[in-house]
Design a protein around this ligand. Structure first.
Ligand SMILES: [Fe+2]
Length: 223
Protein backbone atom coordinates (compact mmCIF):
# COMPACT_ATOMS: atom_id res chain seq x y z
CA UNK A 1 0.00 0.00 0.00
CA UNK A 2 1.40 3.35 -0.99
CA UNK A 3 1.36 5.96 1.77
CA UNK A 4 1.12 9.52 0.44
CA UNK A 5 0.67 12.61 2.59
CA UNK A 6 2.05 16.13 2.73
CA UNK A 7 3.44 15.32 6.19
CA UNK A 8 5.92 12.86 4.65
CA UNK A 9 6.76 15.03 1.64
CA UNK A 10 10.16 16.74 1.79
CA UNK A 11 10.36 20.54 1.77
CA UNK A 12 13.59 20.47 -0.18
CA UNK A 13 15.11 17.82 -2.46
CA UNK A 14 18.75 17.98 -3.56
CA UNK A 15 18.93 16.49 -7.04
CA UNK A 16 22.68 16.52 -7.64
CA UNK A 17 24.11 14.10 -10.23
CA UNK A 18 27.47 14.12 -8.42
CA UNK A 19 25.77 12.28 -5.55
CA UNK A 20 24.64 9.56 -8.01
CA UNK A 21 28.08 8.67 -9.38
CA UNK A 22 28.55 5.90 -6.82
CA UNK A 23 25.26 4.14 -7.56
CA UNK A 24 25.88 0.60 -8.87
CA UNK A 25 24.82 -0.17 -12.44
CA UNK A 26 21.90 -2.34 -11.29
CA UNK A 27 20.44 0.48 -9.13
CA UNK A 28 20.99 2.99 -11.95
CA UNK A 29 19.10 0.67 -14.32
CA UNK A 30 16.22 0.01 -11.91
CA UNK A 31 15.70 3.65 -10.86
CA UNK A 32 16.02 4.80 -14.48
CA UNK A 33 13.29 2.38 -15.56
CA UNK A 34 11.18 3.60 -12.62
CA UNK A 35 11.52 7.14 -13.99
CA UNK A 36 10.51 5.91 -17.46
CA UNK A 37 7.48 4.20 -15.91
CA UNK A 38 6.51 7.41 -14.09
CA UNK A 39 6.64 9.32 -17.38
CA UNK A 40 4.76 6.70 -19.45
CA UNK A 41 2.03 6.19 -16.84
CA UNK A 42 1.60 9.96 -16.36
CA UNK A 43 1.42 10.49 -20.14
CA UNK A 44 -1.45 8.00 -20.59
CA UNK A 45 -3.14 8.92 -17.28
CA UNK A 46 -6.80 9.91 -17.40
CA UNK A 47 -5.92 13.20 -15.65
CA UNK A 48 -2.91 14.16 -17.79
CA UNK A 49 -2.68 17.85 -18.74
CA UNK A 50 -0.59 19.69 -21.36
CA UNK A 51 1.84 20.57 -18.55
CA UNK A 52 2.29 16.97 -17.35
CA UNK A 53 2.49 15.87 -21.01
CA UNK A 54 5.41 18.24 -21.65
CA UNK A 55 7.26 16.94 -18.59
CA UNK A 56 6.52 13.30 -19.39
CA UNK A 57 7.58 13.42 -23.05
CA UNK A 58 10.82 15.24 -22.26
CA UNK A 59 11.56 12.72 -19.51
CA UNK A 60 11.02 9.81 -21.94
CA UNK A 61 13.35 11.42 -24.51
CA UNK A 62 16.08 11.89 -21.91
CA UNK A 63 15.76 8.31 -20.58
CA UNK A 64 15.93 6.94 -24.14
CA UNK A 65 19.16 8.82 -24.79
CA UNK A 66 20.96 8.75 -21.43
CA UNK A 67 19.95 5.71 -19.36
CA UNK A 68 22.16 3.25 -21.26
CA UNK A 69 25.29 5.46 -21.00
CA UNK A 70 24.61 6.07 -17.29
CA UNK A 71 24.39 2.31 -16.69
CA UNK A 72 27.46 1.63 -18.84
CA UNK A 73 29.61 4.18 -17.02
CA UNK A 74 28.38 5.58 -13.71
CA UNK A 75 31.00 8.34 -13.91
CA UNK A 76 29.59 9.71 -17.18
CA UNK A 77 28.51 13.03 -15.72
CA UNK A 78 26.57 14.16 -18.77
CA UNK A 79 24.48 10.99 -18.61
CA UNK A 80 24.04 11.31 -14.82
CA UNK A 81 23.02 14.97 -15.21
CA UNK A 82 20.48 14.25 -17.94
CA UNK A 83 19.06 11.28 -15.99
CA UNK A 84 18.67 13.55 -12.93
CA UNK A 85 16.62 15.91 -15.11
CA UNK A 86 14.66 12.96 -16.55
CA UNK A 87 13.80 11.66 -13.09
CA UNK A 88 12.79 15.13 -11.87
CA UNK A 89 10.62 15.83 -14.94
CA UNK A 90 8.97 12.42 -14.65
CA UNK A 91 8.33 13.20 -10.98
CA UNK A 92 6.68 16.50 -11.89
CA UNK A 93 4.51 14.62 -14.41
CA UNK A 94 3.34 11.86 -12.09
CA UNK A 95 2.92 14.02 -8.98
CA UNK A 96 0.26 15.89 -10.94
CA UNK A 97 -1.15 13.25 -13.31
CA UNK A 98 -0.67 10.21 -11.01
CA UNK A 99 0.15 6.74 -12.31
CA UNK A 100 -1.55 3.51 -13.39
CA UNK A 101 -1.57 -0.28 -13.20
CA UNK A 102 2.20 -0.70 -13.47
CA UNK A 103 2.66 0.96 -10.11
CA UNK A 104 -0.43 -0.54 -8.47
CA UNK A 105 0.79 -4.02 -9.50
CA UNK A 106 4.47 -3.39 -8.73
CA UNK A 107 3.59 -2.25 -5.19
CA UNK A 108 2.22 -5.75 -4.55
CA UNK A 109 5.42 -7.44 -5.77
CA UNK A 110 7.47 -5.16 -3.50
CA UNK A 111 5.22 -5.91 -0.52
CA UNK A 112 5.01 -9.68 -1.09
CA UNK A 113 8.59 -10.46 -2.02
CA UNK A 114 10.61 -7.37 -0.99
CA UNK A 115 11.67 -6.86 -4.61
CA UNK A 116 13.24 -3.65 -6.00
CA UNK A 117 10.52 -1.22 -7.11
CA UNK A 118 12.17 -0.19 -10.38
CA UNK A 119 12.82 -3.77 -11.49
CA UNK A 120 9.17 -4.72 -10.85
CA UNK A 121 7.99 -1.70 -12.84
CA UNK A 122 10.37 -2.38 -15.71
CA UNK A 123 9.11 -5.96 -16.09
CA UNK A 124 5.43 -5.03 -15.81
CA UNK A 125 5.56 -1.90 -17.99
CA UNK A 126 5.41 -3.55 -21.46
CA UNK A 127 2.58 -5.91 -20.45
CA UNK A 128 0.51 -3.11 -18.92
CA UNK A 129 1.13 -0.94 -22.02
CA UNK A 130 -0.11 -3.81 -24.23
CA UNK A 131 -3.28 -3.97 -22.13
CA UNK A 132 -3.75 -0.19 -22.15
CA UNK A 133 -2.96 0.52 -25.78
CA UNK A 134 -6.52 0.33 -27.14
CA UNK A 135 -7.56 3.10 -24.72
CA UNK A 136 -5.26 5.71 -26.27
CA UNK A 137 -3.20 4.41 -29.23
CA UNK A 138 -2.20 7.91 -30.34
CA UNK A 139 -0.67 8.60 -26.92
CA UNK A 140 1.36 5.38 -27.16
CA UNK A 141 2.47 6.41 -30.65
CA UNK A 142 3.75 9.68 -29.13
CA UNK A 143 5.69 7.60 -26.59
CA UNK A 144 7.26 5.60 -29.45
CA UNK A 145 8.42 8.86 -31.07
CA UNK A 146 9.82 10.12 -27.74
CA UNK A 147 11.74 6.84 -27.43
CA UNK A 148 13.36 7.60 -30.79
CA UNK A 149 11.39 5.18 -32.96
CA UNK A 150 10.65 6.00 -36.61
CA UNK A 151 6.90 5.55 -37.05
CA UNK A 152 6.59 6.94 -40.57
CA UNK A 153 3.74 5.25 -42.44
CA UNK A 154 2.55 3.28 -39.40
CA UNK A 155 -0.91 3.33 -37.87
CA UNK A 156 -1.16 4.52 -34.26
CA UNK A 157 -1.48 0.91 -33.05
CA UNK A 158 1.54 -0.22 -35.10
CA UNK A 159 3.57 2.73 -33.79
CA UNK A 160 2.47 1.95 -30.25
CA UNK A 161 3.68 -1.64 -30.64
CA UNK A 162 7.05 -0.36 -31.82
CA UNK A 163 7.33 1.83 -28.73
CA UNK A 164 6.48 -1.06 -26.41
CA UNK A 165 9.10 -3.23 -28.17
CA UNK A 166 11.62 -0.42 -27.64
CA UNK A 167 10.88 -0.45 -23.89
CA UNK A 168 11.56 -4.22 -23.79
CA UNK A 169 14.82 -3.76 -25.74
CA UNK A 170 15.98 -0.95 -23.43
CA UNK A 171 15.20 -3.03 -20.32
CA UNK A 172 17.06 -6.09 -21.61
CA UNK A 173 20.07 -4.01 -22.68
CA UNK A 174 20.62 -2.74 -19.12
CA UNK A 175 20.31 -6.12 -17.43
CA UNK A 176 16.69 -6.08 -16.21
CA UNK A 177 15.25 -9.65 -16.09
CA UNK A 178 12.71 -10.28 -18.86
CA UNK A 179 10.04 -11.88 -16.63
CA UNK A 180 8.71 -12.16 -13.09
CA UNK A 181 9.69 -15.85 -12.94
CA UNK A 182 13.31 -14.74 -12.64
CA UNK A 183 12.30 -12.93 -9.41
CA UNK A 184 10.67 -16.13 -8.02
CA UNK A 185 7.15 -14.69 -8.21
CA UNK A 186 4.68 -17.51 -7.55
CA UNK A 187 1.61 -18.14 -9.72
CA UNK A 188 -0.44 -19.01 -6.62
CA UNK A 189 0.05 -15.45 -5.28
CA UNK A 190 -1.23 -13.69 -8.42
CA UNK A 191 -4.90 -13.67 -7.41
CA UNK A 192 -4.45 -11.98 -4.02
CA UNK A 193 -1.89 -9.55 -5.47
CA UNK A 194 -4.38 -8.66 -8.22
CA UNK A 195 -7.13 -8.08 -5.65
CA UNK A 196 -4.80 -5.73 -3.77
CA UNK A 197 -3.66 -3.99 -6.96
CA UNK A 198 -7.29 -3.16 -7.73
CA UNK A 199 -7.49 -1.34 -4.37
CA UNK A 200 -4.25 0.63 -4.92
CA UNK A 201 -4.79 4.36 -5.50
CA UNK A 202 -2.50 4.36 -8.55
CA UNK A 203 -4.98 2.33 -10.63
CA UNK A 204 -7.61 5.10 -10.43
CA UNK A 205 -6.00 7.02 -13.31
CA UNK A 206 -5.11 4.05 -15.52
CA UNK A 207 -6.51 4.69 -19.03
CA UNK A 208 -8.23 1.29 -19.26
CA UNK A 209 -10.26 -0.30 -16.47
CA UNK A 210 -9.29 -3.89 -15.77
CA UNK A 211 -11.36 -6.67 -14.23
CA UNK A 212 -9.73 -8.90 -11.62
CA UNK A 213 -9.21 -11.56 -14.30
CA UNK A 214 -7.53 -9.03 -16.57
CA UNK A 215 -5.11 -7.93 -13.83
CA UNK A 216 -4.22 -11.58 -13.23
CA UNK A 217 -3.71 -11.99 -16.99
CA UNK A 218 -1.34 -9.00 -17.08
CA UNK A 219 0.75 -10.56 -14.29
CA UNK A 220 0.75 -13.85 -16.19
CA UNK A 221 1.83 -12.10 -19.40
CA UNK A 222 4.76 -10.62 -17.49
CA UNK A 223 5.85 -13.96 -16.00
FE1 LIG B 1 7.86 4.47 -9.11
Amino acid sequence: MAIVDWRCTPNIAINDPLLMVGMPASLTAATGMDALTHAVEAYVSTIATPITDACALQAIKLVAEYLQPAVANGENLEARDKMAYAEYLAGMAFNNASLGYVHSMAHQLGGFYNLPHGVCNAILLPSVCEFNVIACPKRFADIAIALGENITGLSALEAAAKGIAAIRTLSASIGIPTGLKALNVKVEDLKVMSENAKKDACQLTNPRTATLEQVIAIYQAAM
